[in-house]
Write a protein that binds this ligand. Sequence first.
Ligand SMILES: N[C@@H](CCC(=O)N[C@@H](CS)C(=O)NCC(=O)O)C(=O)O
Length: 388
Amino acid sequence: MIKRLAVLLAVLALVAAACGGTSESDDETTTTAATTDDTTETTAAGGGDDGDGGGDAGQGSEGGTLAAVLSRGVLKCGVSGALPGFSETQPDGTATGFDADYCRAIAAAVLGDANAVEFRPLTAAERFDVLKAGEIDVLVRNTTYTQSRDASGEGGVNVDFAPTTYFDGQQLMGRSDRFSADSGPADVDGAILCTNAGTTTEKNITEWANIGGATIGLETVEQFPEALDKFVAGQCDLVTTDGSGLVANKVTKEREGAIQPGEWVVFPTAPISKEPLGPAFRQNDSEWGDIITWVVYATFIADEKGVTSANIDEMRDVDPEASRLFGGEGEVQTAMGLNADAFYQMVKQVGNYDEIFTANLVPLDIVREGTLNAPFNEGGMIYAPPAR
Ligand SMILES: N[C@@H](CCC(=O)N[C@@H](CS)C(=O)NCC(=O)O)C(=O)O
């Protein structure tokens, strides 16, 4: 117990130093499972549970988010803003990327206008507090669905999740003159690793190193780009986060000419964790949760049927399920508080799952084929229940 406490203090000291911007304290520290993620997430528990759904609906209260969004006419969507391919803030404040397009899909379904989105860039550490305080309507920020984030009791983060939109897994990235695709804990022993705070990443790497018998120094910063800067500057030997984020950053740097192709390597080939990423919303708001859930499913079903933004006018009645989903006879959208044509607008204005994936991730060499993000009938996990 005393040893655990001592190690915890050492880790916290290192984290504090890292957040303060100094890298002088890069002395080796044996990591433990205790990280800032716990602290950040649990202190906020109950932050959004102060209302009864009346009054300023959706502003820090449980329930009523749909009414709040409809009366405001704009969806407030929390994103990263600093992650190529998923959400990158543009000079005009808008965001591009896979997650940003899911914000647009929700706005198109709920408000009939994919552009009616106010993007709110958030760090990993602050994202759940901001959601629970009612400052955003939904969080679409490469966020991993975990049991503790779902849990509503003591120690739980107390949010709810929509279906996974991207099945990811954590990896590490280093220079290829020192590491390879087959590198494992033994190769990482003694290395300094950098990542951003308030993430599953910190916990996974600690466990992986402990199990593999490696001693690592873990340095956490506020945003992942800072970790990458430190890696470039040689202040960390490795960076670690969701594999998609590593590949996206590596390919972006290669395209910019900042590094040579193959100069950095992502490993190990089999990720060290499961990172199912998807939208999160406030607990106890079933009406809103159902909408976010079915926005995701509708992008899957449109993909399954080959209904795209380009062909939806010809394909909307391709079969009875498509007819229902896009607003025809037997539709269920009005029973969810939406317009009958909500998902027609969504696909027409934003696209189906494959279009969103292809537009944002394929350019960064992230593909669906052979991965969990392939359709269920091609060996993947992208599957929706029936629309009826
Ligand atoms: N999926 C993990 C990690 C999320 C995360 O913060 N990922 C990094 C790297 S992919 C990121 O979003 N970086 C952009 C930023 O820091 O704004 C979680 O939910 O805790």
